[in-house]
Design a binder for this molecule. Structure first.
Ligand code: NAG
Length: 392
């Protein structure tokens, strides 16, 4: 139906249409402004949630306020963390076992500006953030002049622990030390035997450790743990939509584990254990300086890198029984075991060089030497006679 209107009526109608137009446009603009405001608010809220589960963040301490060390009651109410605990934790040595983490604990701990627990701390590993905050506050010397840290080489195996570090301590600097997977396996297996409370307590054989870790014995040793990339991947430093072929293989091998990967904010310093044993004076100096800068220390770390041999001590007769149960991974009976480890070794080495250390959040000292050390993982060290004799 078409209405034919008089000129006056048309004019009235036109002005009415104009009014409707203006009102509509204003309305749309208001809605858009509201959406924009709401979204940016939501985003900000999300930001503060991910940086600490929705609790109120402490204001960034000013120069003078910095001198006042907050009391325990400002961060912990006896059950849970009630404000930003970041100031309590500057670094964490989160892995891997038998790869130099004790050396780091002692070496860093010997610096006058460092407060580092000289035993392993499992609070975050056990999902007890409150206990961690309590411990850091009450068991280490107070004061902003110190850099505080702990070591727990199993942390890297638990996605939850990695997420807690990012959530509560995003500025905490992480240290990861690595070792040839074949040597790692032998070392961790023999360490478990060494620490069994009684010399003939049952434990699985080295060959039974091929594949998944089982929970039939505490501290079960398995070749899966030697595929470091499976765990390091979950720090979320390489989450690109276009993974390399190797990264895709790592994801496909354990998709449920890989799905726990999340972007984390912590910076990471990664070393290969050869760097801690390096005789080259220039490279050692470089390592010391790089670590000093990474940790924000005012002076160098001690020259002497401690040589640590952890493990319980026993009387000679007990030790003899234990020695008999220990493995020499270069023996022929372990060829299937070494084949399995070499597969993961090549995969993990490739991924570390191709993907992990390419991240801006990951720091390496003397990269050429690091690369050279990681590339040795492409070979089975038992194929060199020297190790065959030495690893007895
Ligand atoms: C860790 O603790 C929190 C809070 O108590 C809980 O919600 C969460 O499920 C726990 N996570 C794990 C993996 O145990």
């Amino acid at each position: 139906m078409v209405a034919v209107a008089s000129p006056k009526l048309r004019k009235e109608q036109e002005s009415k249409e104009l009014k409707i137009f203006v009102v509509t446009v204003t309305g749309i603009l208001l809605v858009l402004a509201g959406l924009f405001f709401g979204l940016s608010l939501g985003k900000r809220r999300q930001g503060s949630r991910s940086s600490g589960q929705g609790f109120k963040l402490l204001p960034t301490p000013s120069k003078t306020a910095r001198e006042e060390w907050p009391p325990l009651s400002a961060v912990y109410d006896g059950q849970k963390v009630i404000s930003d605990p970041q100031f309590l934790l500057d670094f964490a040595i989160i892995g891997f076992e038998k790869s130099g983490s004790s050396t780091f604990m002692q070496w860093l701990g010997a610096h006058p500006q460092v407060q580092c627990f000289q035993e392993e701390i499992y609070d975050l590993y056990q999902n007890k953030t409150g206990a961690m905050v309590w411990r850091l506050h009450t068991q280490l010397k107070p004061g902003f002049e110190y850099k505080r840290g702990y070591k727990s080489p199993g942390d890297i195996f638990l996605a939850n622990t990695i997420h807690l570090l990012d959530e509560y301590f995003p500025k905490t600097r992480l240290i990861l030390s690595l070792r040839h997977p074949i040597l790692y396996y032998q070392s961790i297996y023999n360490f478990r035997i060494q620490n069994l409370p009684n010399p003939d307590d049952p434990f699985h054989t080295p060959l039974e450790g091929i594949g998944e870790c089982k929970n039939t014995y505490p501290g079960y040793v398995c070749t899966n743990h030697a595929n470091y990339a499976q765990y390091i991947y979950r720090l979320g430093k390489t989450l690109s939509r276009f993974p390399t072929e190797t990264e895709q293989a790592i994801i496909d091998e354990k998709p449920r584990s890989a799905a726990k990967a999340r972007v984390t904010r912590n910076l990471i310093f990664v070393v290969e254990i050869s760097q801690l044993k390096d005789d080259n004076a220039l490279r050692r100096q470089q390592l010391k300086e790089d670590l000093r800068d990474f940790l924000g220390l005012d002076s160098d770390l001690p020259d002497e890198i401690p040589k640590v041999v952890p493990g319980k001590k026993w009387p000679a007769d007990v030790q003899a029984i234990k020695d008999k149960r220990k493995m020499n991974i270069c023996e022929d009976q372990y060829i299937p075991l070494r084949e399995d480890i070499m597969r993961v070794s090549k995969q993990t080495a490739t991924w570390i060089l191709e993907s992990f250390i390419q991240s801006d959040d990951v720091f390496v000292s003397t990269p050429e030497f690091f690369e050279q050390s990681i590339k040795k993982w492409m070979e089975d060290p038992c194929e060199t006679k020297t190790l065959r004799a030495a690893s007895k």
